[in-house]
Ligand binder design. Structure first.
Ligand code: NCD
Ligand code: ZN
Length: 367
């Protein structure tokens, strides 16, 4: 008698899907928290999702001294509740005149965690950035000696260089020389956007790492032009072609310790984005972990999210891993078009789009 196939209830399309994701609390290794009313409006979004964050120094005027960084750190903490348990890690903005002694003093005092190099005129508030990398060699010597990381906005700024090529040209003209000239200097190439950068980091020395944003994993450059000009998808470095996005997704989800989470959440008031000359920056802090989780799930790599979000960064910086645990739940929801806090209205990344995961905070007894 022929055996009949057992009759089973129809299975949902998902296989082996999980509905609750519990992991070590994450850190954000690149964020813009701004100052004043904007700081008050945005800091909570980062503190809610992350235990620590590397805070960018591109205020106006920029953070170039230990005293300014300590005061800024106090303002960040004052904008949050102590119960948030959030630690801002401060950075020093490099200029042509950076003083190596001030940098070393700030690092030894535990105020500066790293220095940030903005090539002059590369991005928001970078007019006081470095005009020629050789001008900061004394600072880089000191940083190499004391083990202080250099964080790079990796783009050249020459008018003759196409905006979509600025990162690749930076690798050729600047970074390739820097790693030879300073072989022991820890360097983070921030918010990478190209397959070229992925290849450079993978084949580079162990002193070299990179952060990857949620938006560069989720969109390619078409997003800026879909049906019209879409300023909320404009950031720097600008999103590139699809094959670059796919290379970033492969790198982030590969498990390689050289790649870690850095949101580059960069809020600007809606009126400053939707303008004749709109500001660069994507406000991705509110749904950052949801966005990364979506990418990792699409790549079949949810089991590697924790290492990318919570382990590779602190290991590179030589800091302890967080011990608390957080949870995300599979709860499909649509991100709002606007998030308001006080008088400030902001458009979050994923506005109006649906997300599969929701960050729910600290893990509980269920976990
Ligand atoms: C950042 C900002 O607005 O401060 N903008 C951005 O597009 N990412 C600066 C930066 O990181 O380039
Ligand atoms: Zn940034």
């Amino acid at each position: 008698m022929p055996t009949e196939a057992p009759i089973t209830a129809p299975q949902p399309f998902r296989t082996n899907a999980i509905d609750r994701l519990v992991m070590r609390r994450a850190d954000d290794w690149h964020v813009h928290l701004r100052d004043g009313a904007m700081l008050g409006a945005v800091a909570q979004f980062t503190a809610r999702q992350f235990a620590r964050a590397i805070v960018m120094p591109n205020l106006d005027p920029p953070i170039t001294s230990v005293a300014a960084a300590a005061a800024y750190r106090s303002r960040i903490l004052a904008a949050l509740a102590p119960s948030d348990g959030f630690t801002p890690l401060m950075t020093c903005y490099l200029t042509d005149d950076s003083d190596p002694d001030e940098i070393e003093r700030g690092f030894e005092a535990g105020v500066f965690a790293a220095c940030k190099l903005y090539p002059a005129h590369a991005t928001t508030n970078s007019r006081l950035g470095v005009t020629d990398i050789r001008r900061i060699y004394p600072a880089l010597e000191a940083m190499q000696r004391i083990g202080m990381p250099l964080l790079l906005h990796g783009e050249v700024t020459g008018k003759e260089v196409d905006i979509f090529d600025r990162e690749a040209v930076f690798l050729d003209l600047v970074l390739s020389r820097l790693v030879v000239r300073f072989p022991a200097l820890k360097i983070v190439l921030e918010h990478i956007t190209t397959a070229d950068a992925v290849a450079f980091i993978e084949s580079g020395p162990a002193t070299l790492a990179a952060t990857i944003t949620p938006h560069h994993l989720a969109i390619n450059r078409n997003a800026m032009f879909e049906g019209g000009i879409r300023p909320h998808f404009y950031c720097l470095p600008v999103a590139k072609r699809e094959h670059h996005r796919l290379a970033l997704r492969r790198a982030a989800t590969s498990g390689a310790a050289k790649f870690f989470l850095g949101t580059d959440s960069a809020p600007h008031a809606i009126g400053d984005k939707q303008a004749a000359c709109g500001c660069a920056g994507i406000f991705c802090a509110p749904y950052a972990l949801e966005s990364y989780a979506q990418t990792f799930e699409e790549e079949g790599a949810l089991d590697r999210l924790e290492a990318f979000a919570s382990e590779h960064g602190p290991r590179f910086y030589g800091l302890a891993l967080n011990t608390e645990r957080i949870a995300l739940e599979r709860t499909p929801h649509v991100a709002p078009h606007r998030l308001g806090a006080g008088a400030t209205e902001l458009a979050p990344f994923h506005a109006g789009a649906s997300l599969n995961w929701r960050f729910v905070g600290a893990a509980d007894e269920r976990d």
